[in-house]
Design a protein around this ligand. Structure first.
Ligand SMILES: [Zn+2]
Length: 99
């Protein structure tokens, strides 16, 4: 059995895992990202991706109002995925310090 997941007008995934449950797990997990950003926004989220210097791939949903991102996390042993809550990226040199 194949699941078709439409992530955006331009991205449509056809997911077919070894079992029905695995197919549903992947399809449902991908679409169940947090529906409210830390800024309160609930609309217009869009997909982004990036790679770090170690070639790790990050899949995110980004808030158009404040730029916060919800990251798709990977379970230990690559057993599956889960969504982290929205977080704003703060570069290390911009972190407020108590002086
Ligand atoms: Zn936001």
């Amino acid at each position: 059995m194949k699941a078709i997941v439409k992530l955006s007008p331009k991205i449509e995934l056809h997911i077919e895992e070894a079992t029905l449950k695995e197919t549903l797990y992947s399809a449902i997990t991908l679409t169940q990202y947090p529906k409210q950003c830390v800024c309160g926004n609930r609309d217009g989220f869009y997909w982004t991706t990036n790679k770090d210097q170690d070639n790790n791939i990050y899949i995110n949903v980004k808030c158009p109002k404040c730029g916060a991102r919800a990251k798709l996390g990977t379970l230990k042993g690559d057993r599956g995925h889960f969504w982290r809550n929205f977080e704003k990226y703060v570069p290390k040199d911009k972190v407020d310090t108590i002086t």
